[in-house]
Design a protein around this ligand. Structure first.
Ligand code: HEC
Length: 292
């Protein structure tokens, strides 16, 4: 299971700054702003890492998007015979019929009759790895996110499938009752406040023009910013040297919110994804992208 590294003191300062600045930007947030403010100033002064990041970003752009490497590895994993059943994923039905990858991601999450569940891309890939390739459920969902030392097969597959929806219009259906239910649960999760800071997703993502340091916080309840955000993941993160999936983004925001870890492919994670994907309907999918 992916875990973030033990926070170094510098990281901890940054986190403190994050919460300090949030208290300035968000009315009513229950944060010890006064305590966090000096850390915010300290973090703002050290601009060197930012400059280095921008340089890396420029270099990466000049060479094209390194996400191509994940896409290529994902395509190979999709087509290669693997697992106890020595089968490829080429018969996997992502919603548009067996083996159809083109445009599939733009319609996910969706209801699948064979599992009688709403599934996002990742939970559907797990189903296919179990049913077609014979992996155990735990094996299939074991390594959702990669690190430079340990690349994730799941993330590569996600890069391959999502790349095949580039240019497709987001079109997530809510016609099945279970799709409606997933959306409603996802919405509830988005506004649910809790944890040591009494934060919800909405604390940071339901107002216009909020920023933490240099990062814009998109208002994910509004169509245009929700479209822009959702259609730009997965993304190659220059600062991390990794491709990051939308599920990673959710996982990391749970961490920022100081919530318990989001269980990969769980019903809750699919519901939250359904809420966010549906809010992006009408947007043109354009990822894997590249981000700082
Ligand atoms: C403490 C503030 C905070 C909370 C609470 C929070 N996020 Fe975030 N979120 C961020 C920050 C900061 C970023 C941008 C990070 C970056 O650019 O590296 C972000 C980015 C995102 C993005 C990507 C936006 C884009 O344009 O690429 C999504 C989607 C997202 N958050 C969803 C959520 C969801 C869902 C929740 C609730 C589970 C949540 N966030 C809770 C701070 C927060």
């Amino acid at each position: 299971m992916y875990r973030t590294k033990t926070p170094t003191s510098a990281k901890w300062l940054t986190a403190a700054a994050t919460f300090g600045l949030i208290a300035v930007g968000v009315a009513g947030a229950q944060v010890p702003a006064a305590k966090a403010a000096p850390a915010a100033v300290a973090a703002a002064k050290s601009s060197d890492p930012t400059v280095r990041e921008i340089e890396k970003y420029r270099e990466a752009l000049a060479d094209g998007n390194p996400a191509d490497l994940w896409e290529a590895r994902g395509e190979d994993l999709w087509k290669r015979k693997r697992g106890p059943k020595n089968a490829s994923l080429e018969k996997c039905d992502l919603g548009l019929g067996e083996g159809v990858v083109k445009g599939a991601y733009a319609k996910l999450p969706r209801y699948f009759e064979d599992t009688d569940r709403v599934q996002d891309l990742e939970s559907r890939l797990v189903t296919c790895m179990v049913m077609l390739q014979g992996f155990s459920y735990d094996q299939a969902k074991r390594a959702p996110f990669g690190s430079p030392e340990n690349k994730s097969d799941m993330e590569a597959l996600v890069a391959y499938v999502t790349a095949n929806s580039r240019g497709s219009r987001m079109s997530v259906s809510l016609s099945h009752p279970k799709e409606k239910e997933a959306y409603a649960i996802g919405k509830k999760m988005f506004f649910h406040r809790g944890g040591p800071h009494d934060f919800s997703c909405a604390t940071c993502h339901a107002q216009d023009n909020i920023r933490i340091r240099l990062q814009d916080l998109p208002n994910l309840t509004k169509q245009e910013p929700a479209q822009r955000a959702y259609t730009s993941w997965p993304a190659y993160r220059v600062s991390q040297g990794e491709l990051r999936s939308f599920q990673w983004r959710l996982f990391d925001c749970f961490r920022q919110q100081r919530f318990p870890e989001l269980d990969f492919t769980s019903e809750g994670s699919v519901a939250l994804t359904t809420f966010l994907a549906r809010n992006a309907n009408g947007g043109i999918f354009n990822a894997p992208a590249i981000k700082r």
